[in-house]
Design a protein around this ligand. Structure first.
Ligand code: SF4
Ligand code: SF4
Length: 221
């Protein structure tokens, strides 16, 4: 899921300084789980904005704020409020803010910072384990990603700074290469650890990313 964190309220107010009538959009998926833009956070933001002298014309927690057609549909259904709004404050990831962008020509203010794609460790605790490199090489590394989990992204490690299993860059974190070694040993695949891996194809995914499954299916037919 996309891990996002609400911006400081002062920063949000500053971005809305020229706007009086605000339409708040939240997200029922990732931002709900990360508590940056679910129902409670949207209600709390409404109260804080009103206390700061703003007029909140509407609030909506979309099923998925990154769904562009859905956002357009929501604004069509709430035409009056969308028309009255000076600005849309979006409490979801940056993809959500840009889905709202597709649905209005008015000011769209992101209310969160998007941090990473995260695994859920437990409620409220997330860790980045995949950085979406476009060509997954996990099988070479016991399904522990060196691209993301080694602080230096070393594909033929370790770096030499490992200290009692911890990373020299951040001693609170496990060294990814110790984890990789232990996992490959447990699988009796230590030959993979000794193999020299070639350079990674970092152009495997191009930015901005784009995928149309229907085009892929047509190509395969
Ligand atoms: S190799 Fe790439 S796709 Fe696979 S887990 Fe690592 S970053 Fe993600
Ligand atoms: S100590 Fe381990 S995780 Fe940290 S940079 Fe070196 S190899 Fe990577």
């Amino acid at each position: 899921m996309i891990i996002s964190k609400q911006k400081p309220f002062e920063e949000i107010l500053e971005s809305l300084k020229d706007d009086t009538n605000i339409y708040i959009v939240g997200c029922g998926e990732c931002a709900t789980v990360t508590q940056s833009g679910g129902e409670p956070e949207v209600a709390e933001m409404k109260a804080k904005l009103e206390a700061a002298g703003k007029n909140v014309v509407a609030t909506d927690v979309a099923h998925s704020a990154c769904h562009e057609l859905d956002m357009k549909r929501i604004f069509r259904q709430n035409k009056e409020a969308a028309g009255a709004a000076d600005a849309f404050l979006v409490l979801s990831c940056g993809a959500g803010s840009q889905a709202v962008r597709e649905g209005t020509t008015k000011h769209v203010a992101p209310g969160t910072d998007s941090l990473f794609v995260g695994n859920i460790k437990r409620a409220g605790s997330y860790e980045e384990k995949c950085s979406l490199c476009g060509e997954c090489v996990l099988d070479e590394y016991g399904s522990i990603c060196p691209v993301t989990r080694c602080a230096k992204g070393i594909l033929n490690g370790p770096c030499g700074g490992t200290n009692h299993g911890k990373c020299e860059v951040d001693p609170d974190k496990e060294c990814a290469w110790v984890l990789i070694y232990n996992q490959l040993k447990a699988e009796d695949k230590i030959d993979k650890f000794l193999k020299i891996q070639g350079p990674k194809r970092f152009n495997a995914v191009q930015r901005p990313g784009k995928l149309d499954v229907r085009d892929e299916e047509k190509g395969a037919a």
